[in-house]
Design a protein. Structure first.
Length: 166
């Protein structure tokens, strides 16, 4: 199995895992995060399949962080009414972070072995997006496990009076 085929398998597995995680997560923020990442992974899968079939691939510079900002803005009031996350939900986020970390490591290795410029461009984009997915899951985990502290750090300019470094 070559790197593209392995990547297709990884993205397919991620879609399944994150889709199931969204279905099992009762916390609204967690559910939206997983569903947002599922859409990213589906796009990754389509890009990989296009490359695998030898078709001309257009790589769009997409930022998963933009979607996350929207999710947090939409749910800010609901988040303020702290909904406790279960230990199982938090564990799913730990697994998701590990999956994204392993994905980044795999794509970095694959990037060094890429044979064409299209492959290199695709793997660079996948590395970038998977790193953002890791950050999204890490931030969501922090929010769900300690919402009060998360808001304090997120809104630190309010707490500290708006220091210049904020």
């Amino acid at each position: 199995m070559n790197a593209i085929e392995i990547s297709i398998r990884m993205e397919t597995d991620a879609i399944k895992f994150y889709g199931e995680a969204a279905g099992r997560t009762s916390h609204p923020v967690g559910k939206k995060m997983f569903l947002s990442v599922v859409e990213d992974e589906k796009r990754h899968l389509e890009m990989l399949r296009t490359l695998f079939r030898g078709l001309d691939l257009t790589i769009n510079n997409v930022s998963p962080m933009r979607n996350v900002k929207t999710v947090f803005e939409e749910l800010k009031d609901e988040m303020m009414q702290r909904v406790e996350a279960s230990v199982d939900e938090l564990e799913v986020f730990k697994i998701a972070m590990n999956m994204e970390k392993e994905g980044v490591e795999f794509y970095k290795k694959t990037l060094t072995e890429a044979k064409t410029e299209k492959e290199r461009m695709l793997f660079k984009q996948l590395i970038h997006e998977e790193e953002q997915h890791f950050a999204i899951f890490q931030n969501t985990y922090s929010f769900m496990s300690d919402t009060g502290n998360w808001f304090m750090w997120d809104e630190h300019s309010i707490v500290d009076g708006g220091t210049p470094w904020a």
